[in-house]
Design a protein around this ligand. Structure first.
Ligand code: PLP
Length: 394
């Protein structure tokens, strides 16, 4: 006998990965430049020069020291640098002893689920949501409760109020959002905090808020992502350098427990336990040192902004109904027929690889990852035009 839930996750196919694999086969068949692959959220711009400089410089260090185990929570000087960075940028009372360096945001979420959830307890996520939330929750015997969005794809806070029960232990927000690019406004965060606080009083136990923020730095038009730790005390920030420094394969990020959380030290201890249960041991040693040296840098985000403008304006002109993305590198487009999978299949006939929204918990959209070359976006426009014409949009 095998654990059924876990086996199920292994057997079930990720729609995004399947599409990317199809893309790889198709590129081999007809040539890479004839396939318009918008499937994966893999950064398309290089890491900033400081990353390479740091790696080259670090390789001069003693190899035993450089590649050895680090403290499970992370190298002390890096934890200190992260806390100082949070303090500087958000004016937060961040504490280095509440920073846990992770193998990326996915690891941070998995650790939190192990640390905070008892079997049968509920995690609330706002649709559209990152599909892996389901694995992380159900993998520890929790239940994922999803809240459908408002018309404009904002989190529906009235629906949230109706979804909270005495079993609710955790709420996840993801801002900017994958797949919609929507940023949670200050006003929404304040309202959300009020709802959660009232529910805590009603049920007599804490409800933790995790802010999943791997796209925090990918914002455009002077937008800023309000920091949840200002609005709610029982909050944990889940951050990653995968997107901001274009290092997704290197697996590095952190969890920051709010210094204002009443039982912060206990929750931090549970997080350390969660990391051990998951067998992470420590985040990659070389990368921890790289991050310490590049803490306030990002890749050249302006390239994503010009891609967004090109794609958004181009598709609007063709008659597609698009959600305007304030951040991240995804465009969420309403499908002209209700079945997103059927629409994505038709798009494939024009060599356009778009991810249907069903796995993100909402029907009737496709996600277009615009972390691709500008050239790909320009060359794909005639194919989008043909698709739009098939649906009578232009
Ligand atoms: N959360 C969201 C919303 C994501 O889109 C991703 C990755 O795409 C992750 C978490 C995981 O990021 P990481 O590469 O840091 O594990």
């Amino acid at each position: 006998m095998l654990p059924k839930t876990i086996l199920g996750f292994g057997l079930s196919k990720s729609c995004i990965r399947e599409l990317a694999a199809y893309g790889a086969r198709r590129k081999a068949e007809i040539g890479a430049d004839r396939v318009f692959d918008f499937s994966l959220g893999n950064p398309s711009i290089p890491a900033p020069p400081c990353v390479e400089e740091a790696i080259r410089d670090l390789l001069k260090l003693d190899s035993i020291q450089l590649h050895g185990y680090t403290a499970a929570t992370g190298i002390p000087s890096l934890r200190k640098a992260i806390a100082a960075d949070l303090q500087k940028r958000f004016g937060l009372p961040a504490r280095e002893d509440l920073i846990y360096v992770t193998c990326g945001a996915a690891a941070g979420l998995a650790i939190c689920m192990h640390a905070l959830l008892l079997p049968g307890e509920e995690v609330i996520a706002f649709a559209p949501f990152f599909p892996e939330y389901r694995m992380f929750t159900e993998g520890v015997g929790g239940k994922l409760v999803t809240v459908p969005p408002t018309e404009g794809l904002q989190p529906d806070l009235e629906a949230l109020e109706r979804s909270i029960s005495e079993k609710t232990k955790l709420v996840i927000v993801n801002t900017p959002n994958n797949p919609s690019g929507v940023i949670l406004s200050e006003e929404s965060l304040q309202k959300l905090a009020g709802i959660l606080h009232a529910a805590e009083l009603r049920y007599g136990h804490p409800i933790y808020l995790i802010s999943d923020e791997p796209y925090r730095e990918l914002v455009y038009d002077g937008q800023k992502v309000p920091c949840v730790l200002h609005y709610y005390d029982n909050a944990i920030l889940d951050y990653s350098y995968s997107k901001s420094l274009s290092l997704p394969g290197e697996r590095i990020g952190y969890l920051a427990v709010s210094a204002r959380m009443e039982d912060a030290a206990t929750i931090f201890a549970a997080i350390c336990g969660g990391g051990r249960v998951c067998g992470f041991v420590n985040a990659p040693s070389l990368m921890q040192r790289v991050i310490e040296r590049c803490i306030d840098q990002t890749s050249d985000i302006s390239i994503y902004k010009s891609n967004r403008d090109l794609l958004y304006d181009g598709l609007k002109e063709l008659g597609f109904d698009c959600v305007y993305p304030d951040g991240a590198f995804y465009l969420f487009v309403k499908t002209p027929e209700p079945d997103a999978k059927a629409f994505a299949e038709r798009a494939k006939k024009h060599e356009l690889l778009l991810v249907p929204s069903d796995d993100f918990g909402v029907p009737g959209y496709v996600r277009i990852a615009y972390c691709v070359s500008e050239d790909q976006i320009r060359r794909s426009m005639p194919a989008f035009r043909k698709l739009a014409e098939e649906y009578g949009l232009c």
